[in-house]
Design a binder for this molecule. Structure first.
Ligand code: NCD
Ligand code: ZN
Length: 346
């Protein structure tokens, strides 16, 4: 097979940042994706509908001319979030979802949630109006091993939340473990999960074997190979509860390559090429469109994009640039560490 045509994909979890970084990274997402769920972990975080409106305006004005891209805005949940503002933002069509960061779990999450009881009034309104909650599913307790934080989160937070508020629509974001795949696959409530491109391609050896490789460090951290295999199986299964959220998260090289480097992998430029390669290797190219373009809109109750994307396969590997330049410094592009024969042709 040399070409495939799919409906234009969407990215259900991306970091576009702000200012000069936004200007440099946005064209890469807007080129391949019709819509994206825009993470609100700016400094300061996007906590109100007014802030979401202002951020959306900045994104729209940074778009290249003629771009076909709709940023779907997300509010950053804090213990002070006003349920009335969430309701108004959703009902006006401005805000698509709310994001739960456990305080301290990842980049810019200091204002996140410590005590779930404090956010129940917001979650109850969201359950009533059918508004999705996007969840960074890791506990932050220092006594929990970083490789276990997702599995422990399922037991301690995600499962109890489902019992307490079964109607709440939840997306477990960037899942990285077999435990998460199994939990979601058996769930009877409105629970879905996003999977990143990099977690389908690398295990923790990429980051730790043969020298420490900061460009493969992200949160949640990549796990063992058996977990990667479970994620691939979920992505190619055709189960509509699993869909793409790249978690493309740019940081400049100086911010990654230091004693305490930032978490995040920048995959926006080559995500679709990498995904076509993974799905081809699994003999599952027919499942790519569901994962990238159909399952996400179904969960978010939005129409599938009208436009199409053509991916083509070459006989020899395609090369991608190592990095992009931004007004804040260079940002390294994800290196899948294997030949990729696919590229987006239109
Ligand atoms: C993200 C970032 O840099 O904002 N980093 C990451 O490793 N994925 C935050 C996040 O989504 O956890
Ligand atoms: Zn993220």
């Amino acid at each position: 097979m040399t070409h495939i045509t799919i409906k234009r994909p969407d990215d259900w979890h991306v970091h576009l940042r702000d200012g000069d970084m936004l200007k440099a990274v946005l064209p890469h997402t807007a080129k391949d994706f019709g819509r994206a769920i825009i993470m609100p972990n700016l400094v300061p975080p996007v906590t109100t509908s007014a802030m979401a409106q202002a951020y959306r305006d900045r994104i729209l004005s940074a778009l290249p001319d003629g771009a076909d891209f709709n940023p779907l805005m997300v509010l950053y949940l804090t213990e002070d979030t006003d349920p009335a503002d969430v309701r108004a933002g959703f009902e006006s069509g401005l805000v698509t979802a709310v994001k739960l960061y456990p305080a301290g779990a990842t980049t810019n999450s200091a204002s996140g949630v410590r005590n779930m009881d404090k956010v129940m009034p917001v979650l109850e309104v969201m359950a009533e109006i059918g508004m999705p909650l996007c969840v960074h599913g890791e506990v932050t307790d220092s006594d929990i091993d970083i490789f276990d934080r997702e599995a422990v989160f399922i037991d301690r937070v995600l499962d109890p939340l489902g019992r307490r508020l079964p109607e709440l629509r939840v997306v477990a974001e960037h899942i990285t473990t077999k435990q998460a795949v199994d939990y979601i696959a058996q769930a009877s409530r409105a629970l879905a999960a996003t999977i990143t491109t990099h977690h389908l391609m690398i295990n923790r050896n990429a980051m730790l074997a043969g020298g420490i490789k900061p460009h493969y460090y992200c949160l949640p951290v990549a796990k063992r190979e058996m977990h990667r295999k479970a994620l691939v199986a979920a992505a190619i299964s055709g189960d509509p509860r699993f869909f793409l959220g790249t978690d493309s998260a740019p940081h400049t090289d100086p911010n990654k390559l230091q004693e305490c480097g930032c978490a995040g992998i920048f995959t926006a430029p080559n995500t679709m090429a990498c995904l076509a390669q993974i799905f081809e290797d699994e003999d599952a190219l027919d499942k790519l469109e569901g994962f990238t373009s159909l399952h996400g809109p179904a969960f978010y109750r939005l129409p599938v994009n009208d436009a199409e994307m053509v991916l083509s396969r070459s006989d020899s590997p395609v090369t991608f640039p190592d990095r992009i330049e931004t007004g804040e410094g260079p940002v390294t592009i994800f290196d899948p560490m294997r030949p990729i024969y696919w590229q987006v042709s239109s």
